[in-house]
Ligand binder design. Structure first.
Ligand SMILES: [Fe+2]
Length: 184
């Protein structure tokens, strides 16, 4: 399990993005707009970190295990998270959330990459770690990814996302479905 991305909802996505560019060295990866059925919109920017993640973390971990002279070691690798920033107009899902948070916004969710999203979801349900917004994970074919949102944790106030994706990039349709799921 590793931190895949941190999602912020803010008042002005460009002002916040400039902060992450200048203070942390992030760069804009992709930018897109989501239009909801009621005509309201959310605008999103996906920022990529200045350091690239290891190209094959699984292979690296396997070699680390094999090469350890005194028995297996716990595989470790540095994998910086992406940052996802969105804003929305008054009356929209994102805009209303930001308004509730003192008109500043904040961290909406933290996404952890896992091998099997549904298995982790079921385990969390069984153990009572969190409730979920949807019955099943939300899937996308292009790019290939699976995601699900918990409801805000009673212990941290944060929504956790579990995600499995092959490469980089977000699925616009999945982001829309996830945002809609939290508005229920
Ligand atoms: Fe996310």
């Amino acid at each position: 399990m590793r931190l895949d991305h941190i999602a912020y909802r803010v008042r002005n996505r460009y002002t916040t993005t400039r902060f992450f560019e200048e203070a942390f060295g992030y760069v804009i990866g992709t930018e897109f707009q989501i239009e909801f059925d009621d005509g309201s919109k959310a605008d999103c920017l996906a920022l990529v970190p200045p350091e690239i993640r290891h190209p094959d973390t699984k292979l690296w971990a396997y070699h680390a295990l094999q090469a350890a002279p005194y028995g297996p070691i716990k595989p470790e690798y540095h994998a910086p998270p992406e940052i996802f920033i969105s804003d929305g107009s008054e009356g929209s899902i994102v805009g209303d959330w930001v308004a509730e948070k003192g008109n500043v916004g904040g961290i909406h969710h933290m996404a952890y990459q896992v091998e099997d999203v549904e298995a982790v979801m079921n385990e969390w349900k069984e153990k009572g770690y969190a409730e979920f917004y949807t019955e099943k994970p939300i899937t996308c074919k292009d790019p290939d990814l699976t995601q699900v949102f918990t409801k805000p944790s009673e212990l941290t106030g944060v929504i956790y996302e579990f995600i499995n994706r092959q490469g980089a990039g977000f699925c616009k349709d999945s982001v829309k479905k996830l945002m809609e799921s939290t508005a229920k």
